[in-house]
Write a protein that binds this ligand. Sequence first.
Ligand SMILES: [Zn+2]
Length: 72
Amino acid sequence: MAMTKTIKVTCSGADQHLNEIELAKIVQPTPVTRGTTKPKEIPARSVFPCQFCKAGKVVVTREMVEDATKKK
Ligand SMILES: [Zn+2]
């Protein structure tokens, strides 16, 4: 299996397409700063365009990301 973790989210459009979003797209690596080690930051809310329709948006919350990363 690939190392990339994905999260499945339905779009806000009428058809509620199931989008698979890579967690790597959501979690922004924190720039390396001397002397500090910070965990990767998860934005409170990330919005992506639906992969299948133009009207729909895919909203991923921090909670969803944390949920997905806890599961094995
Ligand atoms: Zn859609």
